[in-house]
Design a protein around this ligand. Sequence first.
Ligand code: AMP
Length: 357
Amino acid sequence: MKMLPEKAMIGVLGGGQLGRMAIEAASALGYRCHVFAPDGDAPATDIAAVSTRADYTDTAALTAFANSVDSVICEFENVPVEAMDMLANHVPVCPGGKALRVAQHRLSEKDNARTLGISTPRYAGVKDGASLADALSRFGGGILKTCRMGYDGKGQMRLAADADPLAAIAHLGSDDLILEEIVDFTAEASFLVARDHQGQIAVWPASINQHRGGILHISEAPALADILTPALWDEGKAAVIAMAEDLELTGVLAAEMFITRDGNLLFNEIAPRPHNSFHWTIEGAETSQFSQLIRVAAGLPMGRVNATGRWRMTNILGEDMPLLDTAMAEPGVYIHRYGKAEARTGRKMAHLNQRID
Ligand code: AMP
């Protein structure tokens, strides 16, 4: 695609903090942004040049949006594929319809990974009590997850082999489910790849992640070789490249993987957008995930993705606000607040980036 000139308008689907940080990166490169989101009071809307408050199924609003922008990025992976496909008829889009469609469904992302030769935990699609009972006995229990719309540990439950299948299905309130075997892992790693409209690829150093109550708490990068061995790094890197190519990705795509006790890498899930575990790249990489996404959307050459040291990213949830006050007084801690009014428990309010070497 042709490079967009300064002041061109980049459309952003979704109004959350990922959109906000993408807009900050777009601004540094001289672009303006138009946010399209269903909720008005959103971190991205606050700093956008223009915003539209409408549902993703509102065709008239989407058409007006398409006519007002030069390129589109997506910060929310559950935007309907039809909306992305419609926009793609007008302007270049990130991440593209195929990446979005596969990433929106846990079963299709795992099937897709397997087809590409990427190892996954054992899993089975669950539609009813009989299919769940069968999978529970084969895996000796497992984690039951809704195939769609799950995030931050929501829409999932851990089940023992003798759990009541119908009660579990009723609890999750869906008949589109996946049961995964429980992985005995020593660490969780994530990988991030960028791919531009010409098919050029860049892969950032991997992050090692710690969760708290199902929500990402800390990421440290680049992953140390005693946690992610060079062989596993090669494997993870090859996996994200294979997925980016197969999904005809434009933009960025993150993959979460387990490092098992017996030294294997198992694929968990993908997100075809900037990822919380790579927020350290804002100060910690030559080109951040947000800046790279904007570069791809604007048809600029991609930037280098080397880390500039070792970095720790710490999420600040609603209940962690005192930690943020302390961090304010610490020189060398980079603070990113998302401009959210209400600090509810479990809500991502900000993150801290800090060099640790
Ligand atoms: P997810 O929404 O799939 O990212 O799951 C949230 C968190 O639950 C992961 O980061 C893991 O800590 C844990 N988890 C998810 N799936 C599994 C699994 N199959 N085995 C063990 N732990 C899991």
